[in-house]
Write a protein that binds this ligand. Structure first.
Ligand SMILES: [Cu+2]
Length: 310
């Protein structure tokens, strides 16, 4: 008769797991907008500490299933800081956190929980919380390697200027990006640069900016930055093809494109949206040097200048 004696090791200590939020290139131009790793298996009672690594802000947020996604300024509603518990019945969210900050969540119930950033809509992950009688498949070392692989994959996913040819004159790529998926969710690489930092044209000509990023918004902002960066300034018109268009007659003029961004992804059960406003044009009437910024990402170095020759 064979007697199997189960080997039971009592779990005395709740495990403390580590993960990262975001990654970036040294010049801040490439932002890996992702949880690294974005899928973890843990035991109920365990904690995960997320460390924020970028100058671009993110949130760590767990909403309730079925909850309508709130704007990041509102939290979920409200904000937690430092640490929190989550059991799926009440949402938990940090405010916008940056490089050097951390947030720890202790999971008090079993279940599969979606992790999101309220700022970036294609930045998702999954935490799989198992009962104490279930084995967890991986250790911290595995997740560290997974994070490193995903980070390297994202940061090499796009090269400045390699995504579109530059034969078109008077044209600037205002941002580019790719979405990358794992079984745990989505991450993306966002290029926070205008591909030509300087453009030379003649008075009377028009420059066009286009954003080919699938999700990230950018702006083209001359002069005074508006308090709300989403809408265009009052002096911006719309061309027949849907592009926004403004005229600048002197270096003292202020012109703001508003968000230049792709339409949101199609989803069954939601109303059809119009195409995104992905192009912005400015006609320059007189010679001069016209510096501009992306009002959302100038701190990451997203700036340019139009030099208008007579
Ligand atoms: Cu930008």
């Amino acid at each position: 008769m064979l007697i199997v004696v189960p080997f039971i090791i009592p779990r005395v200590v709740q495990a403390q797991w580590q993960a990262a939020v975001g990654a970036q290139s040294e010049d801040l131009a490439k932002q890996a907008i992702a949880f690294l790793p974005n899928e973890m298996w843990i035991h109920v009672g365990d904690s995960i500490t997320w460390t924020f690594l970028t100058d671009e802000p993110h949130t760590v947020s767990f909403l309730k299933n079925g909850q309508v996604r709130p704007p990041d300024q509102a939290g979920c509603p409200g904000f937690a800081s430092g640490s929190a518990t989550f059991d799926g019945t009440t949402c938990v969210s940090t405010s916008r956190l940056k490089k050097g900050e951390t947030f720890t969540v202790t999971f008090l119930a079993t279940g599969n929980f979606k992790l999101v950033c309220l700022i970036h809509r294609n930045m998702t992950g999954t935490v799989r919380v198992l009962g104490l009688n279930e084995p967890v498949p991986h250790d911290q070392d595995f997740y560290d390697k997974q994070a490193k692989n995903e980070r390297e994959h994202l940061l090499s996913a796009i090269d400045l200027g390699s995504h579109e040819d530059h034969s078109m004159e008077n044209h600037v790529n205002a941002g580019a990006g790719v979405i990358s998926a794992t079984p745990g969710g989505n991450g993306n690489l966002v290029l926070m640069r205008f591909d030509h930092e300087m453009v030379f044209i003649h008075a009377g000509e028009t420059v066009e900016w286009s954003n080919s990023d699938p999700t990230a918004s950018h702006t083209i902002t001359f002069g005074t930055e508006p308090a709300d960066p989403m809408p265009p300034s009052a002096n911006v018109m719309v061309d027949a093809d849907g592009a926004r268009h403004a005229a600048i007659s002197s270096t003292a003029d202020s012109v703001h494109s508003g968000f230049i961004v792709a339409a949101a992804q199609e989803r069954v059960g939601l109303a059809q949206l119009p195409p995104g406003v992905t192009r912005f044009r400015v006609t320059f009437k007189s010679a001069g040097s016209y510096p501009y910024i992306c009002a959302l990402h100038d701190e990451l170095g997203m700036k340019g200048t139009v030099i208008v020759l007579p």
